[in-house]
Design a protein around this ligand. Structure first.
Ligand code: FMN
Length: 327
């Protein structure tokens, strides 16, 4: 018998919990279609806004994989022990046209029980409100707002951050809204501001001196992530789920395969968003994740919905464990 992989995020029914996260792997219609064809239940398009500074940062983007000894090499198929160290920016688009393009692919996606999700990062809040309304008018069915992008600390002109940005976007549209948070942003505040789901959590900033040149790798600070981040994401997700079991959580940062999806479900996420694995290994990483998760569910005899939060609900306090161990 095949496993039931269906789940619910922000009130929307998904055929499985595997999402292609916003990145340079979801920046064109062909890339988005490739992720849909690979079996993702939703594809979040590369984030956009009107900021020339953010567009210039995308043109100047650089990416390296770091092995377990922090030796850089070009982007390509990655090992689980690799980290991705990179600097990025935002896509320059004509907004109405971008909204129409995404809405057209979303209609194709709907026929396969999947979603295409536009993504916004705020530069000017009034412009972001207009952009959100443009996406809704175009017929898109779901919106993601990232208020926790790590690059905001280096590029504040083009990348706004902070949960206080949520309320006005929420008021401007009625479509389901996922708010993507940094590891220190408050999920409670995002939900109170009207988020239908929270995405936990964006990557951290890092720094790496090159031992030969004695200069920074990539020349700047840059965002960093790897499978090593998974327990940190699992902790944030579990804490949020235990405190707010009703909250709809998408997990991101550190998932590399289908067993990581299962771990994040057990921590309390309802879906998991992959970026690095798609950038390094292509959309096939999404197909593999769905297949591995299906295998895990079959082996456990459990549906995805039954896994959500199960491990988090069994976390004990240090005190409880100390008492138990005394007996
Ligand atoms: C090169 C790159 C570009 C990204 N661009 C965006 C973006 O435009 N908008 C956004 O919300 N997240 C962006 N992200 C964050 C990813 O969507 C994802 O949340 C994060 O990388 C953690 O997941 P991972 O461990 O699967 O990479 C980007 C990540 C990478 C690596």
């Amino acid at each position: 018998m095949s496993a039931d992989l269906t789940t619910t995020v922000a009130g929307l029914e998904l055929k499985n919990p595997v999402i292609a996260a916003s990145s340079e792997a979801t920046a064109t219609p062909d890339q988005i279609r490739a992720c849909l064809d690979a079996g993702a239940a939703a594809v979040v398009a590369k984030s956009v806004n009107e900021s020339a500074a953010a567009h210039a940062n995308l043109r100047a983007a650089e990416y390296v994989l770091l092995d377990e000894s922090l030796r850089p090499r070009p982007l390509g198929p990655a090992q689980r022990t690799d980290s991705l160290f990179c600097r990025s920016g935002l896509l320059e688009v004509e907004l109405e046209e971008w909204a129409e393009t995404l809405a057209a692919i979303d209609r194709e996606a709907a026929a396969h029980d999947a979603y295409v999700v536009p993504s916004l990062i705020v530069a000017d809040l009034d412009r972001a409100v207009e952009a959100a309304a443009t996406f809704e008018r175009a017929g898109l069915r779901w919106l993601e707002l990232n208020v926790g992008a790590p690059h905001a600390s280096e590029a504040p002109e083009g990348i706004g951050a902070g949960v206080e940005l949520v309320r006005r976007i929420r008021k401007a549209v009625s479509l389901p809204l996922t708010v993507k948070l940094s590891a220190t942003d408050s999920a409670v505040d995002a939900l109170a501001a009207g988020a239908d789901a929270v995405c936990i959590a964006t990557r951290a900033m890092g720094f790496l001196p090159d031992l030969e040149t004695r200069r920074p790798v990539l020349g700047t600070f840059a965002a960093v992530g790897g499978a090593w981040a998974l327990p940190l994401t699992l902790h944030r997700v579990a804490k949020t789920h235990v405190a707010h079991p009703e909250a709809s959580i998408v997990a991101t940062n550190g998932a590399r395969d289908g067993l990581d999806v299962a771990r994040l479900l057990l921590a309390g996420a309802s879906a998991v968003a992959f970026a690095t694995a798609v950038l390094t290994d292509g959309p096939a990483a999404l197909t593999r994740a769905v297949d591995e998760l299906a295998g895990y569910c079959e082996q456990q005899g459990a549906a995805v919905r039954e896994l959500i939060g199960e491990a988090a609900r069994h976390v004990q306090t240090y005190e409880e464990v100390a008492i138990e161990r005394r007996h």
